[in-house]
Design a protein around this ligand. Structure first.
Ligand SMILES: C[S@@+](CC[C@H](N)C(=O)[O-])C[C@H]1O[C@@H](n2cnc3c(N)ncnc32)[C@H](O)[C@@H]1O
Length: 446
């Protein structure tokens, strides 16, 4: 056993990386016994109050990223639950820079094919130029639920889907950028996660490399010719990294590109034993966990070509709900019920099945009970609702789904903390019903 009851770094892993004979891997195994850093990325659409984290160090490659000197009790912080920031390993924040560089100011269609829990998706959503559309998919059902929660809190509209990446075969040449943060052997997590050490075998790396090729082959038709694949893993071995990038280039047809200049002082290393342009984040060379990323441009064509919106083709605005139209600041939205949920669809260049949607509320008789997703949305027209500013302790009680006393008119009231929405209560006068989603509530004792 080594640090904090972690098993030793697997010797087979050490032998594997030493076999590369690269100076880039010297010192890597020792660094995996060190302490991981703590970093956060601020949501530019919501922001955090000035001075929230004094004297934090910026993450060099991400304008919104900061290292914290120690790990606070994030769960007890209402700002986290408001989607004002995301706790994320610093290395992963590179995705924002890459996406901004590839889009280069043009609206694009973006697919994050392996998205849960949503760290890279939220970063990409903040980096995509206005007018872009984003789809986030997750294969695993339980992780999809977490993805929905994290993206709802982030508040920037996106479509969330659940299923295998094969489903995107039905949308040929539909996306300018496809991000595939593929499932991997997780060697880059050996510092944070004891299981990453326990599960490691050379056979696992081969299995993962093969699954990753299947995933990319399934996704490839969905990328527009001339569009981009962002391929990433959180592992160090070459089989899942450089070898797969070369397989993609040679078998599917593309070339690696560098979308943004990388400052050598950041410590990001190139690929090992390849001419392809790759980025290696190695914890002994920079402050972040292991990450590998390559950007592959699919041969031919140009990106940014938008087809005409197919608005109204399969969905019609339901006039019974006209009064909810202004709840969100999107005049194009089509308001339509699905079962007892009232949804606002945001028409875009993608087929209607992939239009982003915001749940406005639950239809209960004549009432529409406004939803938590609406409260969190950056499109919410907050001025249309009665609201009430609450203190930190009341905010935490609300997030625990406890009863909160408020001084506000009767009916649905939007609770605000530090100037931004936190959620809804139904004020009955003598008490207020807490409408925070049961499954999102803070469960731990604080
Ligand atoms: C590295 S994680 C993604 C992390 C995420 N991009 C983030 O930054 O928060 C890889 C994801 O791929 C999903 N996955 C597992 N098997 C898959 C498969 N066969 N096809 C597609 N995705 C799969 C996993 O459930 C997992 O959520």
């Amino acid at each position: 056993m080594d640090r904090q009851g972690f098993p030793e770094i697997p010797s087979g892993f050490v032998r594997e990386i030493e076999s590369y004979g690269s100076p880039l891997t010297q010192g890597l195994a020792a660094a995996l016994d060190g302490e991981p850093s703590v970093a956060v990325r601020v949501n530019p659409a919501k922001g955090v109050p000035d001075g929230k984290w004094d004297a934090t160090r910026p993450v060099p490659w991400c304008a919104e990223g900061f290292y914290l000197p120690e790990r606070p009790l994030f769960t007890a912080d209402p700002h986290l639950h408001q989607g004002r920031y995301y706790v994320q390993d610093a290395s992963s924040m590179i995705i924002a820079r890459v996406v901004a560089g590839l889009a280069d100011g043009r609206p694009v269609s973006y697919l994050d094919a392996c998205a849960a829990p949503g760290g890279k998706t939220t970063a990409a959503l903040s980096a995509l130029p206005p007018g872009s559309v984003a789809v986030a998919n997750e294969f695993d059902r339980k992780r999809h639920v977490i993805l929905c929660e994290n993206l709802a809190k982030w508040g920037v509209p996106a479509t969330v889907t659940q299923g295998s990446v094969g489903q995107f075969g039905s949308y040929p040449a539909s996306f300018d950028i496809v991000a595939a943060d593929v499932p991997c052997s997780g060697e880059g997590m050996m510092r944070k996660d004891a299981e990453a050490r326990r599960q490691w075998t050379l056979a696992l790396t081969a299995q993962c490399a093969s699954l990753q090729r299947e995933i990319i082959a399934d996704l490839w038709p969905a990328i527009r010719p001339g569009g981009y694949l962002i391929y990433s893993t959180c592992t160090f071995n070459r089989h899942e990294n450089e070898e797969n990038v070369e397989w993609i280039i040679n078998t599917l047809g593309g070339e690696t590109v560098m979308p943004q200049p990388i400052d050598p002082s950041w410590g990001i290393a190139p690929g090992i034993g390849t001419d392809a342009w790759c980025m290696r984040f190695m914890p002994h060379r920079l402050d972040g966990e292991g990450l590998f990323m390559a950007i592959i441009r699919k041969s031919d064509g140009a990106i940014g070509k938008q087809t005409r919106p197919t608005r109204g083709q399969t969905l019609r605005h339901d006039r019974r709900y006209d009064r909810c139209r202004e709840w969100i600041a999107s005049p194009e939205a089509i308001i339509s019920p699905e079962g007892n949920r009232l949804l606002a669809y945001l028409p875009c260049a993608l087929p209607a099945a992939l239009w982003p949607r915001i749940e406005l509320g639950e239809i209960k008789g004549k009432d529409i009970v406004p939803s938590q997703q609406l409260a969190m949305s950056t499109l919410l027209n907050a001025g249309l609702f009665n609201s009430c500013d609450i203190s930190g302790p009341t905010a935490v009680a609300f997030l625990r789904r406890e009863a909160v006393g408020i001084d506000a008119p009767r009916g649905f009231v939007l609770l605000k903390f530090d100037g931004l929405p936190l959620g809804w209560v139904k004020n009955l006068g003598n008490r207020a019903n807490n409408l925070y989603p049961q499954e999102w509530r803070i469960r731990m004792s604080l």
